[in-house]
Design a protein around this ligand. Sequence first.
Ligand SMILES: [Zn+2]
Ligand SMILES: [Zn+2]
Length: 260
Amino acid sequence: MFIDSHCHIDFPELAARMPEIRAKMAENAVTHALCVSVDLPDFPRVLALAEAYPNFYASVGVHPDYEDTPEPTVDQLVALAEHSKVVAIGETGLDYYRLEGDLEWQRERFRTHIRASRATGKPLIIHTRAASEDTLRIMAEEGAGTDKGGVAGVMHCFTESLEVARASMAMGFYISFSGIVTFKSAKDLQAVALEVPLDQMLIETDSPYLAPVPYRGRVNEPGYVAHVAEYIAQLKGISVEEVAAATSANFFRLFSAARA
Ligand SMILES: [Zn+2]
Ligand SMILES: [Zn+2]
């Protein structure tokens, strides 16, 4: 069985096709999916999916790329995370690639999420792009990792260097690979995936974006996470069953509020 540890199936292009999406998951042995929140106004539709289907879970958080959206407070995130199907805080983090200018608000928002994670005991889903140095610094300052008594989490849709992966794993964080790892051009990332141990790895689609080969360029969906697992199995020279078993066990170890 495979688990999609990060998707946005509440987005209209996917939500409108839910029966088809669930059928594709079943066909590809994708048993569970974590539907990740990007802002507070849309959080109810994320939660509604997790409430409607036993094998969907939700997170609560505000994505670093969302500029004109209500800023969350720690108390607000903590209250929303009390729901039993909310298994994580995020996605949060830093993105200096998509936005420019004074991004102090992004760093403040990130700190708010780390504090909510510590207050709830629910793990962080971290998005980092062109900002790894500040991401790791703020994680350390706010005590995000298990090495600092924090809760750990996942570096989602990982595209950074092996050094960043190692620093994150030392803080107790998992490294999640998306369809990007299957792209022909992603040689550096494939080298990183080769080094990340199976027991610290998750897989995801980040759908509707980033469909893996052979669906590259199409609308992505949770069922396609099986192709990410197959690629990693090939890369590591192990069976796809081994990748499936390890990443699924990791999912339930990290997101301990999720029940199989
Ligand atoms: Zn992201
Ligand atoms: Zn995402």
